[in-house]
Each structure stands twice: as structure tokens, then as C-alpha cells.
Design a binder for this molecule. Structure first.
Ligand SMILES: Cc1cc2nc3c(=O)[nH]c(=O)nc-3n(C[C@H](O)[C@H](O)[C@H](O)COP(=O)(O)OP(=O)(O)OC[C@H]3O[C@@H](n4cnc5c(N)ncnc54)[C@H](O)[C@@H]3O)c2cc1C
Length: 343
């Protein structure tokens, strides 16, 4: 067993910042097993990104800048990862549990007949085994699991569950060759549209989320608006929740009820069928706290609930609760925070 591998996910020639958290988690394993921490970086700008990985504790990097690896496609990435794992037999392969991280590690784990532990929120080492903690049943329970045997284990990590470790390390960069040529890759990407300016809820340290109750806006919709309820809720999201998020430097999230009703696009949805988030602060506004919503935000460090129903389930998980109308509480809260933060 030669190393701890950490897949550094990239987009448009830059590393996703959560990848540095994965290196932080990998460092604890590499130190415990006394093996090098190796970053795997494929695609555009991989060598420059490897230098950056050295500033987050990586001692080695395996890079491949072949054009077949930009943008990300599962087949060439999985074939290359499988080839590296088969050849070098690392102790573990880590990645953040993004869409790409999940499918890539699962695919390569299957191809190498290895074990896979997903959505891990804590890691420890006991002898030669890796112990992990991971949420199950939509976050209702935490399960403990451990790796068995000597084969490499593939582990996806929940974003924001681990800390990046900014320690400057001398890094050895090795160039590797792609495992597939373009004519062996069935997926062809004809065009690629980036979601410029869209929310990145997964990285946000503060999230202000709104639910169905945002439609109870006392403001009158202007004459001629086709659907007053939708207008009122959309106004609530953009003119009440967004200013609070702005003053806190956070992002706006939503419940599925709000998304399904057309108050805000799906990119903002938090929950079982939306994004899983773990910010330092999650402010749930006019959200009842259904189990499917909790599944996506339960591991937030501090939860604040604002709801006019004092019996709403969200209060059971909130550290701080405010019972009242969001349209009275939030503007007052925003004004007070603006004054105190000098904004
Ligand atoms: C398979 C499946 C997957 C699902 N996935 C998700 C998911 O990913 N994310 C998700 O969120 N849900 C999901 N759901 C839906 C989930 O079950 C709930 O229906 C949804 O979360 C409810 O959203 P809500 O809390 O905004 O609405 P409600 O439950 O209707 O709650 C609205 C709340 O607003 C409060 N309120 C109303 N007006 C005000 C006001 N003026 N001021 C203060 N409070 C006010 C009310 O007291 C109430 O508590 C899923 C359901 C299923 C079956």
C-alpha cells in the first residue's frame, strides 16, 4: 500500500475549493499510515493546480493534461483512475461527494473490485483499518463502518465536513498518460454551458433558506401580475431573504415546496432531492422542517429557525428559534445586522 490518493476535482482549469478539504482529510490518513499524500489532477491546468495542492499538504501529484480529460467525462477519468489504482495499489482513494466524485469513485471501485464508503463525515485509523462515520436514513442516524482486508478503499467525503489544511509542502509532480484515446470514449460533449453566476450552495458558509410560507407576503402584487401568490413569494425571496444573505455574505436556499411552486429555481433546493449542505449557519425561514428537507441540512453547524408556528418540527433541530412572521422579523434582523456590521 503505497499512498493515500485524493482526487482533486477541477472546473474550467481551477480546483474546486472543497477539494482542499479532501486533502485535509487525506493528510490525517497519510500521517497515520506513514504514506505519502498524493493528489490526482486530470485535465486543463493540472500541473499548476498540483502546485496549489502542495500548499494544502500534498507531497506528490499524478497529473494528466491530455485534451480527452477536459471537460470531465466519466469514461476517461474512471479508466485512468482504475489504471493508477491497479498499478500502484494505494491504501485509499478519497474525493468530495460531488456528482463527479460520487460516480467516478463508484465506477473505479467496481472496476477494481474494491470497497466503497460514501458521504463520510468523519475518519479515523485503527491499526490497518480505516473507520468512518456516515449519515444514513436521510441523516436520522449515524452509522460507523470500517474498511476490511488490504485492498484499496474508495471513500467519498461530504463537503464542508473536513477542514482544509494549508501547510506548504514540497510536492513531486509526475505526469501520467491517459488510459483511453478519444476514439475509445463513447460520450461526446457537443457544447458545454456553465451555470455562470448561479448559487454554489455546497460551498456557502452561511445559507438563508425560504419555504412555502414566503408566499404570505403582505405586499400587494402590482396590477397586471398573472399570479399574485408567485409574485409575492418571489418578491420575498429577492427583497427579503436575499438582502439578509447579502449582509451575511451567504447564499439563498429553498425548500422543495418553494421550488415546486415556482418561487425560486431548482439550483437553490436543499434536501433529499436537492443539495446537501453543511454551512456554519443555516437560517430556515418559513420552512416547516419536513424530514426530506432535514436530510439536506441536518449537519449544519448552527441552525436558526424563523416560523410563525411554534410547533413546527424545524424548531426541534434549531439551536435558535424565532416564532413570528418572517416579513416582520427578517427586515428588522437585516437592518440590525447591517448597522452592527457597518454595511
Ligand atoms: C420523495 C420526496 C423528496 C423530497 N425532497 C425534498 C427536498 O429535497 N427538499 C425539501 O425541502 N422538501 C422535499 N420534499 C418535500 C417535503 O416533504 C415537504 O413537503 C417540504 O419540505 C415542505 O416545504 P416547506 O417547509 O417550505 O412547506 P410547508 O411544510 O408548507 O411549511 C411552510 C411553513 O411556513 C410557515 N409560515 C407560513 N407563513 C409564514 C410567515 N409569514 N412567517 C413565518 N413562517 C411562516 C408555516 O408555519 C409552515 O411551517 C420531498 C418529498 C418527497 C416525498
Amino acid at each position: 500500500m503505497s499512498a493515500i490518493y485524493v482526487f482533486i476535482e477541477t472546473f474550467a482549469g481551477k480546483a474546486l475549493p472543497t477539494s482542499w478539504e479532501a486533502l485535509g482529510a487525506g493528510k490525517s490518513l497519510a500521517d497515520a499510515f506513514s504514506v505519502p499524500l498524493t493528489a490526482l489532477i486530470f485535465g486543463e491546468n493540472a500541473t499548476a493546480i498540483a502546485q496549489e495542492a502542495g500548499q494544502y499538504g500534498a507531497q506528490a501529484a499524478l497529473v494528466c493534461e491530455d485534451p480527452t480529460l477536459t471537460p470531465y467525462r466519466l469514461e476517461p477519468y474512471s479508466a485512468l483512475l482504475t489504471q493508477l489504482v491497479t498499478t500502484h495499489q494505494p491504501k485509499a482513494v478519497l474525493a468530495i461527494a460531488t456528482h463527479a466524485g460520487r460516480e467516478l469513485l463508484a465506477s473505479s471501485a467496481a472496476d477494481t473490485d474494491s470497497g466503497m464508503l460514501s458521504e463520510v463525515i468523519d475518519l479515523a485509523v485503527d491499526g490497518s483499518a480505516i473507520h468512518v462515520t456516515r449519515p444514513v436514513y436521510a441523516g436520522k442516524l449515524l452509522s460507523e463502518a470500517m474498511s476490511a482486508g488490504n485492498g484499496p478503499v474508495f471513500i467519498t467525503l461530504r463537503g464542508r465536513a473536513f477542514k482544509a489544511n494549508p501547510i506548504n509542502t514540497a510536492i513531486t509532480i509526475t505526469t501520467v498518460h491517459p488510459a483511453l484515446s478519444e476514439d475509445q470514449i463513447k460520450t461526446k460533449i457537443e457544447s458545454f454551458e456553465a451555470e455562470v453566476g448561479k448559487v454554489n450552495l455546497s460551498d456557502a458558509a452561511i445559507i438563508v433558506s425560504g419555504g412555502r410560507g414566503m408566499a404570505n407576503n403582505p405586499k400587494d402584487a402590482p396590477a397586471g401580475v398573472a399570479d399574485a401568490a408567485i409574485w409575492k413569494a418571489q418578491d420575498g425571496f429577492s427583497n427579503v431573504l436575499q438582502p439578509l444573505a447579502d449582509v451575511l455574505g451567504g447564499a439563498v436556499g429553498a425548500s422543495r415546496a418553494a421550488v415546486d411552486a415556482g418561487y425560486i429555481p431548482y439550483a437553490h433546493q436543499v434536501g433529499q432531492t436537492g443539495k446537501t449542505v453543511a454551512p456554519d449557519l443555516y437560517i430556515a425561514c418559513a420552512i416547516s422542517g419536513a424530514i426530506q428537507h432535514q436530510a439536506g441540512m441536518r449537519t449544519s453547524k448552527v441552525i436558526v429557525a424563523i416560523n410563525k408556528d411554534g410547533e413546527a418540527p424545524i424548531f426541534k433541530m434549531a439551536r435558535y428559534g424565532l416564532v413570528g412572521d418572517v416579513y416582520k422579523i427578517i427586515p428588522a434582523l437585516t437592518a440590525e445586522l447591517k448597522a452592527r456590521l457597518g454595511k
